[in-house]
Ligand binder design. Structure first.
Ligand code: SF4
Length: 220
């Protein structure tokens, strides 16, 4: 671990300390209480960001680590006009940050910010590959795999974001491998400029246009 200097006192560090302080906005929020270890961790994260240093933190359950790194990251990114990237070991933790911790922060942090979930490309359905797989299903798949492909095709019509975590039952890996997004397929040549994997984090723009069509139809 790279040791940090002990003079914790920059404006950002003080802002972060204040946010986590006994009388700060977080302590006043519903279901939260002052946790000195969390405040210390957040201040250290803020300092490491400012000093462009690496930091390793070991903290037990109940310290509130997620907010301990999210708050300084959000404030630092806004101050520097940069993006903060939080890389997690599991997609479940990513989703917890996005659906639980970040909505809380949006209510209690006195700043406005946006957050998006980004997963690896192979976590997303590729509508083009799905179409092709359906056209060649007799040659590519066994009977049970064809049923699985039909299930995925049904799901593709209603999915929120086309990502694996939106599927209630994990797909057959062999079938999914034939329909997920792949870098060598997702090129300007194969899909054209208007259908590249871009826009909303993770989802391909072809998928996004399907969502838009669904919304337009259902809103009529
Ligand atoms: S943009 Fe990429 S992911 Fe989307 S349909 Fe085209 S090839 Fe597939």
């Amino acid at each position: 671990m790279i040791a940090l200097k002990d003079n914790l006192g920059s404006e950002l560090v003080e802002r972060v300390r204040g946010f986590f302080s006994e009388k700060g906005p977080l302590s006043k929020a519903k279901n939260f209480e002052f946790r000195p270890q969390q405040q210390e961790m957040a201040a250290r994260v803020a300092q490491a960001l400012e000093e462009e240093q690496h930091l390793i933190v070991e903290a037990g359950t109940g310290v509130g680590k997620s907010l301990g790194y999210l708050v300084p990251s959000v404030l630092f990114a806004l101050e520097q006009h940069k993006k903060a990237i939080v890389s997690t070991h599991t997609i479940n933790l990513q989703e917890q940050l996005l659906h639980k911790d970040i909505p809380i922060l949006k209510k209690v942090l006195p700043v406005e910010f946006e957050a998006a979930l980004m997963k690896g490309r192979q976590n997303y359905l590729c509508p083009r590959r799905l179409e092709r797989a359906l056209q060649s299903e007799q040659e590519l798949f066994t009977g049970p795999e064809r049923s699985e492909l039909q299930r995925l095709a049904e799901w593709a019509r209603t999915t929120r974001d086309g990502s694996l975590s939106d599927l209630s039952v994990e797909p057959d890996p062999k079938v999914w491998a034939q329909v997920c997004s792949e870098a060598h397929v997702c090129t300007q040549k194969t899909c054209g400029q208007t259908c590249r994997k871009n826009g909303r984090a993770g989802s391909c723009s072809r998928m996004i246009s399907l969502f838009s069509m669904k919304r337009t139809r259902s809103s009529r």
